[in-house]
Ligand binder design. Structure first.
Ligand SMILES: [Fe+2]
Ligand SMILES: [Fe+2]
Length: 198
């Protein structure tokens, strides 16, 4: 089932960026690292654009839609997760605003930014966990081979090219940009804490 592999791969990419943001927040809090606003900006842009425009639409339009038909009891779970796809977009705005305040207001704004990062990461992890631990097993149980063929076709971008591999390559480029900007061990960019070798 291509769709399941694609969901897992995309969740891993999102989780990597969330882990990266939390790591950089800890480096600032615990080791006095200098904030790199370009890296935070690129990370927030990624977790906004990639799930919003590429990942969630496939879940909503194809996998969840078929599962609703095959297993109506899943409706409350799917309603909750689709609702989170919407509320997630609002939470990203909160995160962006906290970053702007931190960038312009200085260290006194850091605690609020750190809390916004931690809240968002926790929110998105529990969302992905529910999809992997609850939705995917239900889908494996209730979808037919023909259903999977249709869902896989859509997940591979053969229904809407904006959800396919070529569009995915654009998000991969964003991910690579983060890796190039972020300091080790998250990426290969310049180190940001004071005791790092230059
Ligand atoms: Fe989702
Ligand atoms: Fe997901």
């Amino acid at each position: 089932m291509q769709a399941i592999r694609i969901i897992h791969d995309e969740h891993r990419a999102i989780a990597a960026v969330l882990h990266g943001m939390l790591y950089l927040v800890r480096e600032i809090r615990d080791r006095g690292a200098k904030p790199n606003f370009d890296v935070f900006g690129a990370m927030i842009h990624y977790i906004d654009a990639f799930p919003e425009r590429f990942h969630h639409p496939k879940e909503d339009r194809y996998l969840f839609r078929v599962l609703r038909i095959r297993h109506p009891d899943a409706a409350p779970l799917l309603d909750r997760l689709e609702g989170e796809h919407c509320t997630g977009a609002h939470k990203i705005r909160t995160l962006e605003q906290a970053l702007t305040r931190y960038q312009h207001g200085g260290a006194s704004e850091f605690p609020d930014f750190a809390k916004a990062v931690e809240d968002y990461a926790e929110f998105h992890w529990s969302h992905m966990r529910a999809e992997e631990d609850e939705v995917l097993p239900l889908a494996e149980k209730h979808l037919s081979a023909a259903d999977w063929e249709a869902v896989d076709t859509a997940f591979l971008g053969h229904v809407d090219p904006m959800l396919g591999a070529d569009a995915g390559a654009g998000y991969q480029a964003l991910f690579t940009r983060i890796v190039n900007l972020a300091p080790p061990p998250i990426g290969v960019g310049p180190a940001t804490h004071p005791d790092s070798p230059k």
